[in-house]
Design a protein around this ligand. Sequence first.
Ligand code: GDP
Ligand code: MG
Ligand code: ZN
Length: 350
Amino acid sequence: MARRQKFRTTDMYEEYEDIDEAYWDRRSSKPKPKKASADLISGVVLRSLGHHYEVRTSVEDEYGVRHHVRLCEVRGRLLQERTKDTLIAAGDRVMIKPHGADKGLIEEVEPRQSVLSRQQPGVNVPAEDVILANPDQALIVFAVTRPDPHLRMLDRFLVIAEANLLPTIICVNKIDLVDIDYAKQIFSPYEKIGYRVIYASAEDSLGLEELEAILTDRITVVTGPSGVGKSSLINALHPGLALDIGNLRDFMNKGKHTTRTAQLLPLPFGAWTYIADTPGIRELGLYDIEPDELGFYFREFAPYIHNCRFPDCTHDHEPGCAVRAAVEAGDIHPERYESYLRLLRGEEEE
Ligand SMILES: Nc1nc2c(ncn2[C@@H]2O[C@H](COP(=O)(O)OP(=O)(O)O)[C@@H](O)[C@H]2O)c(=O)[nH]1
Ligand SMILES: [Mg+2]
Ligand SMILES: [Zn+2]
C-alpha cells in the first residue's frame, strides 16, 4: 500500500503525495525526531473529545502564520508515559504528525507552564482535575450596573485565581450607563492593591483597544456573572465572531449540564490569541485552602502577615494581629477584610 509524505507548499494546508515503500523502510530505522521537523508541526489543543483532541496547528512562513484545525489521536507511547496527570488538556502545546487533510497524531506534549485545576497547585493533581493547561491570565468581567457588581463574588474569584497563580484583570463593562467617577469609586480599591482594571462598554465601544491589547497572543480565561456583557464584549472585539462565543459559560454555572473540561476559542488578532471557556467557577472550589493560608491570597495582606504575633494567625480573633490593625488604620479596605472573614468562615455567596 502506498504511504504518503508531506511536502512544502505555499497552499493553505499541507499537501500530500504518494511515495514508495522503500523510502519509509529506510526512514523507519532512523531515530524519531524530537522537535519540530519536516513532518511534525506544532499546535494547541482546543478541546478534548474523549479519546480525540481538536488541535489547531500553526505553520509559520514568509506569508505569516496559517492555522488549521485537525482531529488528533494520541501516540500510544505517550499514553503509557503520562499516567499521573491529565495526559492532554485544552491549552496543551503539542507536536503532531499530520495525517491526511484534517487528522493527525499527537507525538509530543510540551511541559506545561501553568495549570488551572480543581485542586491546589503543588499537590499531586489527579488526572481528571486539570481543567486547562497553560492559562496566561484571567479576565473577570463585571457590569458597573445592570446587574450591580457583586464584590464578594469578585473577591472570591480573586482568591481562586491567586491560589492558582493566575494573574487577573478586572473588566468593568457597561460604563455607558453611569458616570465614570461612579465606576472608579467602586473599583479603584482593586487598582490600588495592584489589579489592572479596564473600564469598558460593548455598547459604546469603550476600552476595546485596551482589551484587545491584553488578550493578544495569550490564553485568557474569561469569566464573570451572567448578563454582564461577556459575549457582547468579545463580539464587539470582532463582530464576525458571534458563533460559539455566545455560549461562553458564566461564573455562576453550577456545571450540571456543562462539561467538566475547558475549550479554547481562537480570536482573530495575534497568531496565538485564545480565550478559554471553562466550567463554572464553583467547580474550582476553595475547599483545599487552609484557614491560615487564606490570607496569602488577599494580596494587600502580604506586608502585614509576617507581623502577626502568631505564625498561624487567621487574622480573625487572635491578639496581636497585624492585618486587623491595618484594617483599623485604614490601610486595608474594610470590605475586602469582610470578604476575607466570610471566606474564612466558609460562607457561600449567592
Ligand atoms: N448598556 C449596555 N448594555 C450592554 C453592554 N454590554 C452588554 N450589554 C447588554 O447586557 C445584556 C447581557 O449581555 P451578554 O453579552 O449576553 O452578557 P453575558 O451573559 O455576560 O454574555 C444584553 O442585553 C446586552 O445587550 C454595554 O456595554 N452597555
Ligand atoms: Mg454570554
Ligand atoms: Zn493576623
